[in-house]
Design a protein around this ligand. Structure first.
Ligand SMILES: Nc1ncnc2c1ncn2[C@@H]1O[C@H](COP(=O)(O)OP(=O)(O)O)[C@@H](O)[C@H]1O
Ligand code: SF4
Ligand SMILES: [Mg+2]
Length: 317
């Protein structure tokens, strides 16, 4: 359905993304996970055709969707696709919501634009969508303004706006990061429900491995603008082969008391201005040997999983 192959992005001389490869089908949730700065948002921006707005450009690779290569799409066709067949939900709902307009009108307009609905039909559909997102009193909510809602409710409104265009792919970039844990779980549950009920393809971007475990079928692990490991969630959690994936999994708190201590991986993600030579993870990797500092390990597929490491952790099965 949506297939990204060997995507590389540059901003002038800076090359923050390379070799980004993944696919996601209808009825499937793909997680893209990595610490802050690993290239997750730029990946989403690339798919949405938004790089030119921030001065970036795709230098190689392809993004295919419905048998067309989006990297070759005209600006006009991209505008139609964006917020139509492919929708982006971001961390901050206020980037999508207009503070001065009532909720209902903001969702109606999406349905009218993308589905050519009449005013009355658009409102009916808006109310239906809000109901499906388990928003109580949808007709009443339509009359409210964004500032009259909680963060979790605002994020649901943004999801409703995305759904109003009847998309087949939703990219959700850290949609729950700004929310508290209970609300986070509700939003994830809603998104998962939509994938099942409406056969959507969902790309769920997160820095939190426990969200991946909870919500995703497949996962792509990114580090310093590259995919370091990918595969079905069960396989990756059962037998993580990349030392970075293992470290991310080890950071998941196993109990509340452990969570309270807030574990993390030592060292920091390199910035695009100083990506290390060779394997970008080598300065933080306990398994690193000389070759790791000089040669970039290619992403090698084995069965359903793929890993980019000179010395992958052996699987036990
Ligand atoms: N507009 C930009 N110009 C240049 N570099 C950028 C720009 N946006 C992001 N980057 C760099 O690209 C890398 C990946 O960023 P990003 O995709 O935002 O990471 P994530 O979403 O995983 O936190 C970072 O090193 C960041 O500094
Ligand atoms: S290639 Fe080397 S440095 Fe990189 S993750 Fe594998 S063992 Fe560690
Ligand atoms: Mg980001």
């Amino acid at each position: 359905m949506l297939q990204v192959k060997n995507l590389a992005v540059s901003f002038g001389l800076e090359k923050p993304l390379s070799g980004v490869t993944f696919d996601v089908r209808n009825g499937e949730t793909l997680g893209i996970v990595g610490e802050s700065g690993s290239g997750k948002s730029l990946t989403a921006m690339s798919v949405m055709g938004l790089l030119p707005l921030i001065g970036g450009r795709i230098t190689s690779g392809s993004i295919s969707f419905d048998e067309q290569d989006l990297t070759k799409l005209s600006d006009q066709d991209y505008r139609k696709l964006r917020g139509g067949r492919i929708s982006l939900i971001t961390q901050n709902p206020m980037t999508s919501l207009d503070p001065l307009k009532r909720i209902g009108g903001q969702i109606d307009v999406v349905g009218r634009l993308h589905m050519s609905l009449s005013k009355a039909d658009a409102r009916k559909r808006t109310i239906d969508i809000l109901g499906r997102l388990r928003i109580p009193d949808p007709a009443l909510i339509c009359e409210r303004y964004p500032h009259q809602m909680s963060g979790g409710m605002k994020q649901r409104i943004v999801i409703a706006m995305a759904l109003a265009a009847n998309p087949s792919v939703i990219l959700a970039d850290e949609p729950t990061t700004a929310l508290d844990v209970t609300v986070q779980a509700q939003i994830i549950q809603i998104l998962n429900g939509l994938v099942r009920e409406q056969n959507l393809a969902l790309v769920l971007i997160t820095h939190d491995m426990s969200v991946v475990a909870q919500a995703c079928d497949k996962v792509v692990v990114m580090y310093a603008g590259r995919v370091v490991e990918q595969g079905p969630v069960a396989a990756i959690f059962g037998h993580p082969q990349h030392p970075y994936t293992r470290a991310l999994i080890d950071c998941i708190p196993r109990s509340l008391t452990e969570g309270a201590r807030l574990r993390g991986i030592e060292g920091t993600v390199p910035s695009v201005l100083n990506y290390p030579s060779g394997c970008p993870f080598h300065p933080r990797c306990a398994r690193a040997e000389a070759v790791c500092g000089s040669t970039i390990p290619p992403l090698v597929a084995a069965g359903q999983t793929a890993v980019a490491c000179h010395f992958p952790v052996e699987t036990t099965s």
